[in-house]
Design a protein around this ligand. Sequence first.
Ligand code: ACO
Length: 325
Amino acid sequence: MTCLRSVVVGCGSALPARCVTNAALAETVDTSDEWIVQRTGIRQRYLSDASETTSVLGTRAAKAALDDAGLTAADIDLVICATSTPDHTFPATATQIQAGLGMTGGVAFDLQAVCAGFVYAVTTADKFLVTGAARRALVVGAETFSRLLDWEDRTTCVLFGDGAGAVVLEARAGEGTSADRGVLTSSLRSDGRHREKLYVDGGPGSTGTTGHLRMTGKEVFRFAVGSVTDVIDDAFRASGTTADDLDWFVPHQANRRIIEASADKLGIARDKVVLTVDRHGNTSAASIPLALDVARKDGRIKDGDLVMIEAIGGGFTWGAALIRW
Ligand code: ACO
Protein backbone atom coordinates (compact mmCIF):
# COMPACT_ATOMS: atom_id res chain seq x y z
CA MET A 1 0.00 0.00 0.00
CA THR A 2 1.25 3.48 -0.83
CA CYS A 3 -1.81 5.54 0.08
CA LEU A 4 -5.36 5.52 1.35
CA ARG A 5 -8.25 6.01 -1.07
CA SER A 6 -11.89 6.92 -0.34
CA VAL A 7 -13.81 4.14 -2.07
CA VAL A 8 -17.56 4.34 -2.76
CA VAL A 9 -19.05 1.23 -1.15
CA GLY A 10 -22.75 2.16 -1.28
CA CYS A 11 -25.24 4.72 -2.52
CA GLY A 12 -28.89 5.53 -1.97
CA SER A 13 -31.50 8.19 -2.54
CA ALA A 14 -34.90 9.44 -1.45
CA LEU A 15 -37.61 11.51 -3.13
CA PRO A 16 -40.77 13.13 -1.79
CA ALA A 17 -44.00 11.26 -2.54
CA ARG A 18 -45.53 14.03 -4.71
CA CYS A 19 -44.40 14.21 -8.32
CA VAL A 20 -45.44 17.41 -10.14
CA THR A 21 -45.34 17.43 -13.93
CA ASN A 22 -44.82 20.58 -15.97
CA ALA A 23 -48.47 20.39 -17.04
CA ALA A 24 -49.60 20.28 -13.40
CA LEU A 25 -47.36 23.24 -12.59
CA ALA A 26 -48.81 25.19 -15.51
CA GLU A 27 -52.20 25.08 -13.78
CA THR A 28 -50.94 27.51 -11.13
CA VAL A 29 -47.90 29.18 -12.77
CA ASP A 30 -47.94 31.12 -16.07
CA THR A 31 -45.76 28.62 -17.95
CA SER A 32 -46.02 25.62 -20.27
CA ASP A 33 -44.57 22.15 -20.62
CA GLU A 34 -43.16 23.18 -24.00
CA TRP A 35 -41.26 26.21 -22.60
CA ILE A 36 -39.79 24.30 -19.65
CA VAL A 37 -38.73 21.27 -21.71
CA GLN A 38 -37.22 23.34 -24.49
CA ARG A 39 -35.22 25.69 -22.20
CA THR A 40 -34.22 23.22 -19.45
CA GLY A 41 -35.04 19.59 -20.30
CA ILE A 42 -37.10 19.33 -17.08
CA ARG A 43 -40.36 17.34 -17.38
CA GLN A 44 -41.27 16.84 -13.72
CA ARG A 45 -39.95 17.38 -10.20
CA TYR A 46 -40.77 16.05 -6.72
CA LEU A 47 -42.03 18.53 -4.14
CA SER A 48 -42.00 17.74 -0.43
CA ASP A 49 -44.88 18.14 1.99
CA ALA A 50 -44.40 19.64 5.45
CA SER A 51 -43.35 16.31 6.95
CA GLU A 52 -40.72 15.63 4.29
CA THR A 53 -38.00 17.90 5.62
CA THR A 54 -34.39 17.94 4.45
CA SER A 55 -33.30 15.78 7.40
CA VAL A 56 -36.12 13.29 6.79
CA LEU A 57 -35.17 12.91 3.12
CA GLY A 58 -31.47 12.87 4.01
CA THR A 59 -31.96 10.17 6.63
CA ARG A 60 -33.90 8.00 4.15
CA ALA A 61 -31.14 8.38 1.56
CA ALA A 62 -28.45 7.66 4.16
CA LYS A 63 -30.24 4.49 5.31
CA ALA A 64 -30.53 3.32 1.71
CA ALA A 65 -26.82 3.94 1.15
CA LEU A 66 -25.92 2.00 4.31
CA ASP A 67 -28.15 -0.92 3.20
CA ASP A 68 -26.52 -0.86 -0.23
CA ALA A 69 -23.08 -1.00 1.45
CA GLY A 70 -24.17 -3.80 3.81
CA LEU A 71 -23.21 -1.59 6.76
CA THR A 72 -24.94 -0.14 9.81
CA ALA A 73 -24.76 3.30 11.39
CA ALA A 74 -22.28 1.91 13.95
CA ASP A 75 -19.77 1.46 11.11
CA ILE A 76 -19.77 5.20 10.26
CA ASP A 77 -17.61 7.81 12.00
CA LEU A 78 -18.25 10.86 9.80
CA VAL A 79 -21.48 12.34 8.41
CA ILE A 80 -21.36 15.37 6.13
CA CYS A 81 -24.62 16.80 4.82
CA ALA A 82 -24.41 19.24 1.91
CA THR A 83 -27.48 21.45 2.05
CA SER A 84 -28.66 25.03 1.67
CA THR A 85 -32.09 24.17 3.04
CA PRO A 86 -31.46 22.91 6.60
CA ASP A 87 -34.50 22.05 8.71
CA HIS A 88 -33.39 24.77 11.14
CA THR A 89 -30.70 27.43 11.20
CA PHE A 90 -29.10 25.13 13.75
CA PRO A 91 -28.42 22.39 14.77
CA ALA A 92 -26.84 21.03 11.63
CA THR A 93 -29.07 18.79 9.52
CA ALA A 94 -26.21 16.26 9.58
CA THR A 95 -26.70 15.84 13.33
CA GLN A 96 -30.42 15.22 12.76
CA ILE A 97 -29.50 12.57 10.19
CA GLN A 98 -27.03 11.13 12.69
CA ALA A 99 -29.80 10.91 15.29
CA GLY A 100 -32.22 9.46 12.73
CA LEU A 101 -29.72 6.70 12.01
CA GLY A 102 -29.27 5.96 15.72
CA MET A 103 -25.62 7.07 15.72
CA THR A 104 -24.25 8.50 18.94
CA GLY A 105 -20.57 8.57 18.02
CA GLY A 106 -18.45 10.10 15.30
CA VAL A 107 -18.64 13.58 13.80
CA ALA A 108 -21.49 15.18 11.87
CA PHE A 109 -21.67 18.61 10.28
CA ASP A 110 -23.30 20.50 7.39
CA LEU A 111 -21.51 21.98 4.43
CA GLN A 112 -22.98 24.86 2.44
CA ALA A 113 -21.80 25.37 -1.13
CA VAL A 114 -25.27 25.41 -2.71
CA CYS A 115 -25.43 23.30 -5.89
CA ALA A 116 -21.70 22.51 -5.62
CA GLY A 117 -22.24 21.21 -2.08
CA PHE A 118 -22.01 17.50 -2.85
CA VAL A 119 -18.68 17.87 -4.70
CA TYR A 120 -17.36 19.99 -1.81
CA ALA A 121 -18.62 17.38 0.70
CA VAL A 122 -17.04 14.43 -1.15
CA THR A 123 -13.77 16.38 -1.31
CA THR A 124 -13.95 17.20 2.41
CA ALA A 125 -14.79 13.62 3.42
CA ASP A 126 -11.92 12.40 1.23
CA LYS A 127 -9.49 14.59 3.19
CA PHE A 128 -10.70 13.02 6.46
CA LEU A 129 -10.38 9.48 5.10
CA VAL A 130 -7.01 9.72 3.36
CA THR A 131 -5.42 11.28 6.44
CA GLY A 132 -6.82 8.58 8.73
CA ALA A 133 -9.01 11.08 10.62
CA ALA A 134 -12.07 8.93 9.82
CA ARG A 135 -12.59 5.42 8.44
CA ARG A 136 -16.06 5.50 6.88
CA ALA A 137 -18.07 8.54 5.85
CA LEU A 138 -21.67 9.09 4.88
CA VAL A 139 -21.79 11.96 2.40
CA VAL A 140 -25.32 13.23 1.94
CA GLY A 141 -26.77 15.85 -0.40
CA ALA A 142 -30.27 16.76 0.78
CA GLU A 143 -32.50 19.67 -0.19
CA THR A 144 -36.00 21.06 0.01
CA PHE A 145 -35.51 23.97 -2.40
CA SER A 146 -39.28 24.27 -2.80
CA ARG A 147 -39.21 26.09 0.57
CA LEU A 148 -36.98 28.82 -0.93
CA LEU A 149 -38.93 29.43 -4.11
CA ASP A 150 -41.03 32.44 -4.94
CA TRP A 151 -43.99 30.69 -6.56
CA GLU A 152 -44.96 33.99 -8.22
CA ASP A 153 -41.64 34.06 -10.11
CA ARG A 154 -41.96 31.77 -13.12
CA THR A 155 -38.34 32.35 -14.14
CA THR A 156 -37.13 30.36 -11.11
CA CYS A 157 -39.93 28.28 -9.56
CA VAL A 158 -40.23 25.89 -12.52
CA LEU A 159 -36.57 24.87 -12.28
CA PHE A 160 -36.20 23.24 -8.87
CA GLY A 161 -37.24 20.12 -6.98
CA ASP A 162 -36.64 18.36 -3.66
CA GLY A 163 -34.77 15.17 -2.84
CA ALA A 164 -31.72 13.57 -1.28
CA GLY A 165 -28.90 11.22 -2.21
CA ALA A 166 -26.02 9.71 -0.26
CA VAL A 167 -22.86 7.70 -0.72
CA VAL A 168 -20.77 5.74 1.78
CA LEU A 169 -17.02 6.27 1.40
CA GLU A 170 -14.59 3.83 3.01
CA ALA A 171 -10.83 4.27 3.47
CA ARG A 172 -9.04 1.47 1.64
CA ALA A 173 -5.45 0.87 0.62
CA GLY A 174 -4.44 2.02 -2.85
CA GLU A 175 -1.34 2.00 -5.00
CA GLY A 176 -1.45 5.71 -5.75
CA THR A 177 -2.26 5.23 -9.44
CA SER A 178 -5.33 6.15 -11.49
CA ALA A 179 -6.17 2.42 -11.58
CA ASP A 180 -7.04 2.56 -7.86
CA ARG A 181 -10.66 2.50 -6.79
CA GLY A 182 -11.82 5.61 -4.95
CA VAL A 183 -11.61 9.38 -5.21
CA LEU A 184 -8.56 9.91 -7.43
CA THR A 185 -8.49 13.69 -7.36
CA SER A 186 -10.71 16.72 -6.87
CA SER A 187 -10.58 20.43 -7.60
CA LEU A 188 -12.65 23.16 -5.93
CA ARG A 189 -13.02 26.88 -6.64
CA SER A 190 -15.12 29.82 -5.48
CA ASP A 191 -15.45 33.47 -6.42
CA GLY A 192 -17.69 35.57 -4.19
CA ARG A 193 -17.90 38.46 -6.65
CA HIS A 194 -20.79 36.66 -8.36
CA ARG A 195 -23.17 36.77 -5.41
CA GLU A 196 -25.85 38.88 -7.11
CA LYS A 197 -26.32 36.39 -9.95
CA LEU A 198 -27.71 33.65 -7.71
CA TYR A 199 -28.65 34.20 -4.09
CA VAL A 200 -31.40 34.09 -1.48
CA ASP A 201 -32.72 37.49 -0.41
CA GLY A 202 -33.00 36.64 3.29
CA GLY A 203 -31.26 34.90 6.15
CA PRO A 204 -30.96 34.80 9.94
CA GLY A 205 -28.20 37.44 10.03
CA SER A 206 -29.84 39.92 7.66
CA THR A 207 -33.63 39.89 7.34
CA GLY A 208 -34.35 37.31 10.00
CA THR A 209 -36.41 35.43 7.42
CA THR A 210 -35.67 32.50 5.13
CA GLY A 211 -35.97 34.60 1.96
CA HIS A 212 -36.49 33.60 -1.66
CA LEU A 213 -34.14 32.41 -4.36
CA ARG A 214 -33.20 35.09 -6.92
CA MET A 215 -31.31 34.40 -10.10
CA THR A 216 -30.15 36.06 -13.28
CA GLY A 217 -30.53 32.92 -15.38
CA LYS A 218 -28.58 34.07 -18.43
CA GLU A 219 -25.53 35.07 -16.37
CA VAL A 220 -25.53 31.74 -14.53
CA PHE A 221 -25.84 29.91 -17.83
CA ARG A 222 -22.91 31.83 -19.34
CA PHE A 223 -20.65 31.23 -16.34
CA ALA A 224 -21.62 27.54 -16.03
CA VAL A 225 -20.69 26.78 -19.62
CA GLY A 226 -17.85 29.27 -19.99
CA SER A 227 -15.83 28.84 -16.82
CA VAL A 228 -16.62 25.65 -14.97
CA THR A 229 -14.68 23.33 -17.22
CA ASP A 230 -11.42 24.52 -15.55
CA VAL A 231 -11.93 22.20 -12.55
CA ILE A 232 -12.54 19.24 -14.86
CA ASP A 233 -9.36 19.99 -16.78
CA ASP A 234 -7.56 20.16 -13.39
CA ALA A 235 -8.89 16.70 -12.51
CA PHE A 236 -7.83 15.21 -15.84
CA ARG A 237 -4.36 16.75 -15.53
CA ALA A 238 -3.83 15.66 -11.90
CA SER A 239 -4.85 12.06 -12.65
CA GLY A 240 -3.20 11.73 -16.05
CA THR A 241 -6.55 10.84 -17.63
CA THR A 242 -8.54 12.31 -20.51
CA ALA A 243 -12.17 12.58 -21.56
CA ASP A 244 -11.72 9.35 -23.54
CA ASP A 245 -10.91 7.45 -20.32
CA LEU A 246 -14.19 8.47 -18.66
CA ASP A 247 -16.99 5.95 -18.41
CA TRP A 248 -19.55 8.39 -16.98
CA PHE A 249 -19.91 12.15 -16.60
CA VAL A 250 -22.35 12.91 -13.79
CA PRO A 251 -22.72 16.70 -13.59
CA HIS A 252 -24.99 18.79 -11.41
CA GLN A 253 -28.45 18.52 -12.93
CA ALA A 254 -29.54 22.15 -13.43
CA ASN A 255 -30.31 22.33 -17.09
CA ARG A 256 -29.95 19.95 -20.02
CA ARG A 257 -28.52 22.66 -22.27
CA ILE A 258 -25.77 23.56 -19.74
CA ILE A 259 -24.88 19.88 -19.30
CA GLU A 260 -24.68 19.13 -23.02
CA ALA A 261 -22.76 22.31 -23.84
CA SER A 262 -20.23 21.51 -21.07
CA ALA A 263 -19.82 17.90 -22.26
CA ASP A 264 -19.31 19.05 -25.85
CA LYS A 265 -16.72 21.64 -24.78
CA LEU A 266 -14.80 18.97 -22.84
CA GLY A 267 -14.99 16.40 -25.62
CA ILE A 268 -17.08 14.03 -23.51
CA ALA A 269 -19.34 11.85 -25.68
CA ARG A 270 -23.04 12.52 -25.09
CA ASP A 271 -23.71 8.81 -24.38
CA LYS A 272 -21.41 9.00 -21.35
CA VAL A 273 -23.50 11.76 -19.76
CA VAL A 274 -25.92 10.76 -16.99
CA LEU A 275 -29.01 12.98 -17.26
CA THR A 276 -31.71 13.00 -14.60
CA VAL A 277 -32.77 16.64 -14.73
CA ASP A 278 -35.79 15.56 -16.79
CA ARG A 279 -37.26 13.59 -13.88
CA HIS A 280 -35.88 15.41 -10.78
CA GLY A 281 -35.49 19.06 -11.84
CA ASN A 282 -32.66 20.92 -10.12
CA THR A 283 -32.30 19.51 -6.60
CA SER A 284 -29.15 21.53 -5.84
CA ALA A 285 -26.72 19.57 -3.62
CA ALA A 286 -28.87 16.43 -3.97
CA SER A 287 -28.75 16.27 -7.75
CA ILE A 288 -25.43 14.44 -8.20
CA PRO A 289 -25.99 11.70 -5.58
CA LEU A 290 -29.54 11.23 -6.93
CA ALA A 291 -28.09 10.82 -10.44
CA LEU A 292 -25.33 8.50 -9.21
CA ASP A 293 -27.93 6.30 -7.52
CA VAL A 294 -30.07 6.13 -10.67
CA ALA A 295 -27.09 5.19 -12.86
CA ARG A 296 -25.77 2.68 -10.33
CA LYS A 297 -29.14 0.98 -9.85
CA ASP A 298 -29.96 0.80 -13.58
CA GLY A 299 -26.62 -0.93 -14.17
CA ARG A 300 -24.78 1.84 -16.00
CA ILE A 301 -22.14 2.59 -13.32
CA LYS A 302 -20.20 -0.58 -12.54
CA ASP A 303 -17.32 -1.31 -10.16
CA GLY A 304 -14.10 -0.03 -11.71
CA ASP A 305 -15.81 2.61 -13.89
CA LEU A 306 -14.22 6.06 -14.06
CA VAL A 307 -16.80 8.70 -13.07
CA MET A 308 -16.41 12.49 -13.16
CA ILE A 309 -18.76 14.51 -10.96
CA GLU A 310 -18.94 18.28 -11.44
CA ALA A 311 -21.10 21.15 -10.20
CA ILE A 312 -21.49 24.90 -9.95
CA GLY A 313 -23.56 26.72 -7.36
CA GLY A 314 -24.29 30.11 -5.87
CA GLY A 315 -21.30 32.19 -4.79
CA PHE A 316 -20.14 31.12 -7.27
CA THR A 317 -18.75 27.85 -5.98
CA TRP A 318 -17.70 25.07 -8.32
CA GLY A 319 -15.75 21.85 -8.35
CA ALA A 320 -15.12 18.43 -9.83
CA ALA A 321 -14.03 15.06 -8.48
CA LEU A 322 -12.79 12.05 -10.40
CA ILE A 323 -13.84 8.76 -8.84
CA ARG A 324 -13.05 5.19 -9.81
CA TRP A 325 -16.16 3.34 -8.62
N1 ACO B 1 -42.48 29.88 -18.64
C1 ACO B 1 -42.75 30.56 -19.77
N2 ACO B 1 -42.06 31.64 -20.14
C2 ACO B 1 -41.04 32.03 -19.34
C3 ACO B 1 -40.71 31.35 -18.15
C4 ACO B 1 -41.50 30.23 -17.81
N3 ACO B 1 -41.26 29.51 -16.69
N4 ACO B 1 -39.68 31.97 -17.58
C5 ACO B 1 -39.34 32.99 -18.37
N5 ACO B 1 -40.16 33.03 -19.44
C6 ACO B 1 -40.14 33.97 -20.54
C7 ACO B 1 -39.51 35.27 -20.19
O1 ACO B 1 -40.43 36.14 -19.56
C8 ACO B 1 -39.09 35.79 -21.53
O2 ACO B 1 -40.19 36.34 -22.18
P1 ACO B 1 -40.02 37.67 -23.08
O3 ACO B 1 -39.09 37.29 -24.19
O4 ACO B 1 -41.42 37.94 -23.53
O5 ACO B 1 -39.45 38.70 -22.16
C9 ACO B 1 -38.69 34.52 -22.28
O6 ACO B 1 -39.32 33.43 -21.57
C10 ACO B 1 -37.21 34.27 -22.35
O7 ACO B 1 -36.66 34.42 -21.04
P2 ACO B 1 -35.15 34.24 -20.80
O8 ACO B 1 -34.83 34.51 -19.34
O9 ACO B 1 -34.38 35.01 -21.82
O10 ACO B 1 -34.96 32.70 -21.08
P3 ACO B 1 -33.63 31.89 -21.25
O11 ACO B 1 -33.55 31.35 -22.60
O12 ACO B 1 -32.44 32.62 -20.72
O13 ACO B 1 -33.92 30.67 -20.29
C11 ACO B 1 -33.33 29.84 -18.12
C12 ACO B 1 -34.10 30.89 -18.89
C13 ACO B 1 -33.91 28.50 -18.41
C14 ACO B 1 -33.46 30.15 -16.63
C15 ACO B 1 -31.86 29.91 -18.55
O14 ACO B 1 -31.35 31.21 -18.48
C16 ACO B 1 -31.02 29.01 -17.75
O15 ACO B 1 -31.11 27.81 -17.84
N6 ACO B 1 -30.09 29.55 -16.96
C17 ACO B 1 -29.26 28.76 -16.13
C18 ACO B 1 -29.69 28.92 -14.79
C19 ACO B 1 -29.91 27.64 -14.08
O16 ACO B 1 -30.07 26.57 -14.58
N7 ACO B 1 -29.90 27.81 -12.81
C20 ACO B 1 -30.16 26.76 -11.95
C21 ACO B 1 -29.74 27.17 -10.63
S1 ACO B 1 -28.09 27.50 -10.60
C22 ACO B 1 -27.33 26.14 -10.53
O17 ACO B 1 -27.89 25.11 -10.29
C23 ACO B 1 -25.95 26.23 -10.76
